[in-house]
Write a protein that binds this ligand. Sequence first.
Ligand code: SF4
Ligand code: SF4
Length: 134
Amino acid sequence: MKKPARVFSEVIKHLFKKPATCAYPFEPARIMPHFRGRIAFEQDKCIGCQMCVRVCPSKAIEIVLSKDQPPAPAPVEGQPAAPAKKLFDCIMKLDHCVFCAQCVETCPKKALIMTQDFELAHVDRKELRRHYGK
Ligand code: SF4
Ligand code: SF4
Protein backbone atom coordinates (compact mmCIF):
# COMPACT_ATOMS: atom_id res chain seq x y z
CA MET A 1 0.00 0.00 0.00
CA LYS A 2 1.27 3.48 -0.90
CA LYS A 3 2.13 5.90 1.86
CA PRO A 4 -0.32 8.86 2.19
CA ALA A 5 2.43 11.41 1.45
CA ARG A 6 3.27 9.63 -1.80
CA VAL A 7 -0.41 9.44 -2.80
CA PHE A 8 -0.79 13.15 -2.02
CA SER A 9 2.23 14.06 -4.17
CA GLU A 10 0.83 11.96 -7.03
CA VAL A 11 -2.52 13.79 -6.76
CA ILE A 12 -0.83 17.20 -6.79
CA LYS A 13 1.34 16.20 -9.76
CA HIS A 14 -1.68 15.09 -11.80
CA LEU A 15 -3.68 18.21 -10.96
CA PHE A 16 -1.29 20.29 -13.06
CA LYS A 17 -0.60 17.78 -15.82
CA LYS A 18 -2.16 17.98 -19.29
CA PRO A 19 -5.01 15.43 -19.56
CA ALA A 20 -4.01 12.20 -21.30
CA THR A 21 -7.44 11.88 -22.94
CA CYS A 22 -9.21 14.28 -25.30
CA ALA A 23 -12.54 15.92 -24.50
CA TYR A 24 -14.31 14.72 -27.68
CA PRO A 25 -17.30 15.13 -28.29
CA PHE A 26 -17.22 18.31 -26.20
CA GLU A 27 -14.43 19.62 -28.41
CA PRO A 28 -13.44 18.69 -32.00
CA ALA A 29 -11.60 15.40 -32.35
CA ARG A 30 -7.93 15.45 -33.30
CA ILE A 31 -7.59 13.43 -36.48
CA MET A 32 -4.29 12.13 -37.76
CA PRO A 33 -3.37 13.17 -41.35
CA HIS A 34 -3.66 9.66 -42.83
CA PHE A 35 -6.81 8.69 -40.96
CA ARG A 36 -9.10 6.53 -43.11
CA GLY A 37 -12.76 7.50 -42.87
CA ARG A 38 -15.90 7.31 -45.01
CA ILE A 39 -15.38 6.86 -48.75
CA ALA A 40 -16.70 9.65 -50.98
CA PHE A 41 -17.64 9.18 -54.62
CA GLU A 42 -17.21 11.57 -57.55
CA GLN A 43 -19.80 10.50 -60.06
CA ASP A 44 -18.46 12.52 -62.99
CA LYS A 45 -15.15 10.62 -62.88
CA CYS A 46 -16.54 7.07 -62.65
CA ILE A 47 -16.42 4.93 -65.81
CA GLY A 48 -18.21 1.93 -64.29
CA CYS A 49 -15.25 -0.45 -64.65
CA GLN A 50 -16.22 -2.29 -61.40
CA MET A 51 -12.60 -2.64 -60.27
CA CYS A 52 -13.47 -1.22 -56.86
CA VAL A 53 -16.24 -3.81 -56.48
CA ARG A 54 -13.84 -6.65 -57.33
CA VAL A 55 -11.14 -5.64 -54.85
CA CYS A 56 -13.41 -4.85 -51.91
CA PRO A 57 -12.81 -7.59 -49.32
CA SER A 58 -16.12 -7.02 -47.56
CA LYS A 59 -18.51 -6.53 -50.50
CA ALA A 60 -19.27 -3.05 -49.23
CA ILE A 61 -19.46 -1.27 -52.56
CA GLU A 62 -21.78 -1.50 -55.57
CA ILE A 63 -21.54 0.48 -58.79
CA VAL A 64 -24.81 0.66 -60.70
CA LEU A 65 -26.05 2.45 -63.77
CA SER A 66 -27.60 5.75 -62.72
CA LYS A 67 -31.33 6.28 -63.33
CA ASP A 68 -30.66 9.76 -64.70
CA GLN A 69 -28.58 9.34 -67.81
CA PRO A 70 -27.39 12.44 -69.69
CA PRO A 71 -28.83 12.98 -73.17
CA ALA A 72 -26.78 11.84 -76.15
CA PRO A 73 -24.67 14.62 -77.67
CA ALA A 74 -26.20 16.32 -80.71
CA PRO A 75 -25.08 14.63 -83.96
CA VAL A 76 -22.51 16.47 -86.03
CA GLU A 77 -23.19 16.44 -89.76
CA GLY A 78 -21.00 14.02 -91.66
CA GLN A 79 -19.72 12.30 -88.53
CA PRO A 80 -20.89 9.10 -86.81
CA ALA A 81 -23.07 9.73 -83.73
CA ALA A 82 -20.98 9.92 -80.58
CA PRO A 83 -22.15 7.62 -77.78
CA ALA A 84 -23.60 9.26 -74.67
CA LYS A 85 -21.40 9.18 -71.59
CA LYS A 86 -22.89 6.78 -69.04
CA LEU A 87 -23.40 7.87 -65.47
CA PHE A 88 -22.93 5.49 -62.56
CA ASP A 89 -24.08 5.63 -58.95
CA CYS A 90 -22.21 4.21 -56.00
CA ILE A 91 -23.95 2.34 -53.20
CA MET A 92 -21.76 2.15 -50.14
CA LYS A 93 -22.62 -0.12 -47.22
CA LEU A 94 -20.90 1.64 -44.35
CA ASP A 95 -21.71 -1.19 -41.96
CA HIS A 96 -19.68 -3.57 -44.15
CA CYS A 97 -16.77 -1.27 -44.98
CA VAL A 98 -13.54 -1.90 -43.09
CA PHE A 99 -11.89 1.30 -44.40
CA CYS A 100 -9.01 -0.56 -45.96
CA ALA A 101 -8.79 1.89 -48.92
CA GLN A 102 -8.32 -0.90 -51.48
CA CYS A 103 -11.08 0.62 -53.64
CA VAL A 104 -9.50 4.08 -53.48
CA GLU A 105 -6.09 2.78 -54.49
CA THR A 106 -7.51 0.63 -57.30
CA CYS A 107 -9.84 3.13 -58.94
CA PRO A 108 -8.17 4.14 -62.24
CA LYS A 109 -10.11 7.40 -62.41
CA LYS A 110 -9.68 8.55 -58.79
CA ALA A 111 -13.47 8.58 -58.42
CA LEU A 112 -13.29 7.27 -54.86
CA ILE A 113 -11.80 9.41 -52.14
CA MET A 114 -11.07 8.61 -48.55
CA THR A 115 -12.44 11.32 -46.27
CA GLN A 116 -11.72 11.88 -42.59
CA ASP A 117 -15.40 11.58 -41.69
CA PHE A 118 -15.67 9.08 -38.86
CA GLU A 119 -18.94 10.08 -37.22
CA LEU A 120 -20.96 7.36 -38.92
CA ALA A 121 -22.87 5.75 -36.06
CA HIS A 122 -26.62 5.64 -36.54
CA VAL A 123 -29.58 4.08 -34.76
CA ASP A 124 -31.19 3.06 -38.05
CA ARG A 125 -29.09 0.53 -39.99
CA LYS A 126 -30.69 1.63 -43.28
CA GLU A 127 -28.90 4.96 -42.91
CA LEU A 128 -25.59 3.12 -43.24
CA ARG A 129 -26.42 2.25 -46.82
CA ARG A 130 -25.49 5.42 -48.71
CA HIS A 131 -26.48 6.03 -52.30
CA TYR A 132 -24.11 8.45 -54.02
CA GLY A 133 -25.23 9.86 -57.32
CA LYS A 134 -27.31 12.69 -58.71
S1 SF4 B 1 -12.48 0.88 -48.03
FE1 SF4 B 1 -12.14 -1.34 -48.26
S2 SF4 B 1 -13.95 -2.28 -47.34
FE2 SF4 B 1 -14.48 -0.14 -47.68
S3 SF4 B 1 -15.48 -0.12 -49.68
FE3 SF4 B 1 -13.30 0.28 -50.05
S4 SF4 B 1 -12.39 -1.71 -50.45
FE4 SF4 B 1 -14.39 -2.08 -49.51
S1 SF4 C 1 -13.01 1.63 -59.84
FE1 SF4 C 1 -13.48 3.83 -59.97
S2 SF4 C 1 -14.07 4.14 -62.09
FE2 SF4 C 1 -14.18 1.93 -61.73
S3 SF4 C 1 -16.32 1.56 -61.11
FE3 SF4 C 1 -15.15 1.89 -59.22
S4 SF4 C 1 -15.38 4.07 -58.80
FE4 SF4 C 1 -15.96 3.76 -60.94
